[in-house]
Design a protein around this ligand. Structure first.
Ligand SMILES: Cc1cc2nc3c(=O)[nH]c(=O)nc-3n(C[C@H](O)[C@H](O)[C@H](O)COP(=O)(O)OP(=O)(O)OC[C@H]3O[C@@H](n4cnc5c(N)ncnc54)[C@H](O)[C@@H]3O)c2cc1C
Length: 470
């Protein structure tokens, strides 16, 4: 404990990160904790309510979930659709066109979240403290009759709180060692503001990864007038499928769907698809049940599902807005985008960028391509001890966080508490959002996270001793 901290008293609950998860956690904490509890919302970017997904300025980056499923509140499913209707200009949509099947721009969703936070702030005057800064380390403190955490900031004084919710989102992808030799042409963080800077419009580009990040990068390239060939490469070459333009409706869950061996689950789902003839209906019917089914499997089953089924599940489950699906299909049909199955094996600096050698799946002979830019689109890294961000690494170094057994992120208890190296759940550190994938697997999209965050806020609210929170 820093000497200065011992003389202070913790105040309220800190939320680290103000993307969707942190913003919603702050709103629920304001509503569920006693009126005397301050909520300290800490965000390093200075933008509250946006996060990575909804901070994009690009209007072509659409939500991949229809408006009817994007309400921040599961008990008010029409909330976001109603907001879109009431704010056509902010939503960037024509008045009267929004309905529950609309795929709004992601930046409009960020505007919606900003509005929700401002409303909660007005509802509870003086209780929300917005703090711009980066948390670099957290240490638990315990004094006579009080327990809490000290949050160390990159700049400025540390912050004391009774508990902290880590809503730090997805980490940048793990660097691809096979491509490290490419030099300056290789960009590990495709979301970095300068990731596409200096790229000639006719230059060839390699996207390593063929998921949703790849799709965003293709749209961003096209929107800046890029004409050069784009090669997207992943082990299986599977790219996200699209929602249908008519709108996909979830059917009833497959008959006989129950917790049990993974093979039985897969059989049940396959049978339902064969019977109904519409895989989208079946996949969507599983959505509300996915977390419970996942929790019902033992670790060995979970591991097998991840190894064999995850890539297939992801492309069917996390689908593209129809307009985005059409653009990707057009870019592919016109030869501007090639999606291939293969594995990069080496890269060296070359004329105009880099020479990348990859081994196509199933073929013996490696191929070499010349590209001007390589973007790592493989998705978030899981191992907190190897992330470049100081906070996750510090938590691991202190033994406050450990890798989960499936290597998805960190070990988390059923109530959202971080599990330490001693195997015990913390009573002051909690996790919200995508890093809880180690517990729920599906902890990515708004419909997964909103339920979890409201339960976490209630749990924390119940645990905070009323006399100790001021
Ligand atoms: C590109 C993209 C598109 C997506 N599209 C959709 C969609 O259409 N529909 C859907 O349902 N889901 C979508 N998702 C899923 C998305 O993960 C969730 O919807 C949600 O946005 C996750 O929010 P988050 O707050 O947990 O994480 P993030 O949005 O990553 O926010 C984390 C925040 O924490 C801050 N932070 C991190 N570390 C620190 C620190 N040490 N100190 C201070 N601040 C810190 C960051 O600056 C950031 O603002 C998308 C995800 C991505 C990446």
């Amino acid at each position: 404990m820093p000497p200065s901290a011992s003389a202070e008293h913790p105040a309220g609950i800190a939320v680290v990160g103000a993307g969707f998860s942190g913003t919603l956690a702050a709103i629920h904490l304001l509503d569920t904790c006693g009126p005397e509890t301050p909520v300290l919302l800490i965000e390093r970017s200075g933008r509250f309510g946006r996060g990575l997904a909804y901070g994009t300025p690009n209007a072509s980056h659409l939500l991949n979930v229809p408006a009817g499923n994007m309400s921040a509140f599961p008990d008010r499913p029409d909330h976001f659709t109603a907001w879109l209707r009431a704010h056509p200009a902010e939503a960037g949509m024509l008045a009267g066109t929004a309905d529950s099947r609309s795929f709004a721009p992601r930046r409009a969703y960020g505007r919606y979240l900003e509005g929700l936070l401002a409303e909660a702030e007005a509802r509870w005057p003086g209780r929300l403290r917005r703090i711009v800064g980066s948390v670099t380390d957290i240490e638990p403190v315990a004094g006579p009759g009080t327990k809490g955490v000290v949050l160390h900031m990159e700049a400025g004084p540390h912050i004391l709180a009774h508990a902290a919710v880590l809503a730090v989102g997805n980490a940048a992808p793990q660097p691809l060692s096979a491509l490290a030799g490419a030099g300056a042409a290789y960009r590990n963080d495709p979301w970095a503001p300068d990731a596409l800077d200096g790229l000639d419009a006719d230059a060839p580009v390699l996207l390593a990864g063929t998921g949703l990040t790849m799709v965003d990068m293709v749209l961003s390239l096209e929107d800046r007038g890029h004409r050069g060939p784009v090669l997207a490469l992943s082990r299986r070459g599977l790219a996200p499928l699209a929602h249908t333009a008519r709108g996909d409706a979830a059917g009833p869950p497959p008959e006989g769907l129950a917790a049990g061996p993974a093979t039985a689950l897969v059989r049940t789902v396959r049978r339902a698809v064969a019977e109904r003839g519409d895989w989208r209906e079946v996949v969507d019917s599983l959505r509300p049940r996915t977390q419970d089914l996942w929790l019902s499997l033992d670790r060995a089953c979970q591991d097998r599902l991840l190894r064999h089924l995850r890539p297939w599940w992801d492309v069917h489950r996390h689908r593209l807005a129809p307009a985005v699906g059409e653009r990707i299909a057009r870019a592919t049909a016109e030869g501007r985008l090639r999606i291939r199955a293969g594995r990069p094996v080496a890269a060296v600096p070359g004329p105009g960028g880099a020479l990348v050698t990859f081994r196509p799946r199933g073929a013996g002979a490696p191929e070499t391509v010349a590209v001007a830019r390589i973007l790592n689109c493989t998705g978030p890294a899981g191992d907190w001890s190897r992330l470049p961000d100081p906070l996750p690494r510090a938590l691991v170094a202190r033994g406050l966080a450990v890798r989960d057994t499936l290597g998805l992120s960190v070990a988390i208890a059923a109530d959202g508490a971080l599990i330490g190296a001693d195997g015990l759940p913390s009573d002051t550190l909690f996790v919200a959002g995508p890093p809880t994938r180690s517990l729920y697997w599906e902890s990515t999209a708004v419909p997964d996270i909103r339920r979890q965050v409201s339960a976490l806020a209630e749990h924390i609210g119940r645990r905070m001793p009323r006399s100790a929170v001021a």
